[in-house]
Ligand binder design. Sequence first.
Ligand code: ADP
Length: 157
Amino acid sequence: MTKAIFPGTFDPVTNGHMDIIKRASKMTDELIVGVLNNSSKHSLFSPKERVEMLKEATKDLPNVRVCTFQGLLVDFARQEHACIVIRGLRAITDFEYELQMSQMNHKLDSTIETLFLTANIEYSFLSSTTVKEIASLGGDVTPFVPSCVVKKLSKSF
Ligand code: ADP
């Protein structure tokens, strides 16, 4: 059974994340979307809210599970018996950080492999940060995020 983890902050989930989730879920028996519960990183939405939005957005994907995790990704992967980590690559700017993370994770646990999916060109400019910025300035974020996120963002700003 192929089990993979797609870890991230997802503050909030965007259509770019959703594209990776849909593609990765087709390649695996089970895909766990791991929402990082990192108290040192300031986020707009709480881990609970981020999980709720992701659960709503992935409700039609039966082999996708959403949960939070804390601490090292390799520990979470071991706990879940998953040996694949999925990450999205938007541009060369993502590459250096992602390369370092994947090599460090492999060093910490050589049974864990990172698979990179390149961003769909339609979403390669999209990030949670830009979506929050647009929403905070009163812009329309409908084309960029699942509908449940549009509602949450409009309540927040
Ligand atoms: P992190 O803080 O771990 O980078 P994010 O929630 O920003 O968390 O991103 C989680 C993953 O989703 C990362 O691998 C990131 O590269 C990928 N990702 C983010 N936005 C997009 C996008 N528009 N298209 C494809 N992948 C994306």
